[in-house]
Design a protein. Structure first.
Length: 142
């Protein structure tokens, strides 16, 4: 989505004791060209993406236009377009059922309270190649 505003710092606009949503927006494409962030501990992968889930909670991160790997289903979907919902909201019962399924889906070691081991997604070859090309392009400009 095009950006029409820029701000820095979560706690600048909120009181330190007030709740806030801890999230970040990472730019992956600019004017149709894939971009990425290279600063330490914040490296991103370029280009719009889709995540595909296979059996056993095996996730594959792919470029958005890639075909899904066999036996997987896409996880990301458009929920808003031009400021409007793309489908009606879930009922509370449907949301509760989906939450229960989502909570039970990860392997037991990922759901542990102490020392959880989150699953590590794989990247497609096309995403890995694009990441390497963009990293090289950025490095060549320095």
């Amino acid at each position: 989505a095009p950006i029409d505003a820029y701000a820095v710092g979560t706690k600048v606009g909120t009181a330190a004791d007030a709740p806030y949503l801890d999230m970040a927006y990472k730019l992956v494409e600019y004017d149709g060209r894939p971009v990425m962030k290279l600063s330490s501990a914040k490296v991103t992968a370029p280009g719009p993406k889709q995540v595909f889930r296979g059996p056993g909670f095996h996730d594959v991160v792919a470029l958005a236009h890639e075909e899904p790997p066999g036996g997987t289903e896409p996880l990301l979907r458009t929920v808003m377009r031009a400021g409007l919902r793309t489908e009606p909201p879930d009922t509370p019962a449907a949301a509760r059922e989906r939450f229960g399924k989502d909570l039970a889906a990860p392997p037991e070691e990922a759901r542990r309270i102490e020392r959880p081991v989150p699953p590590v997604p794989a990247a497609t070859t096309r995403l890995a190649v694009l990441t390497s090309l963009v990293r090289h392009r950025i490095g060549a400009r320095k």
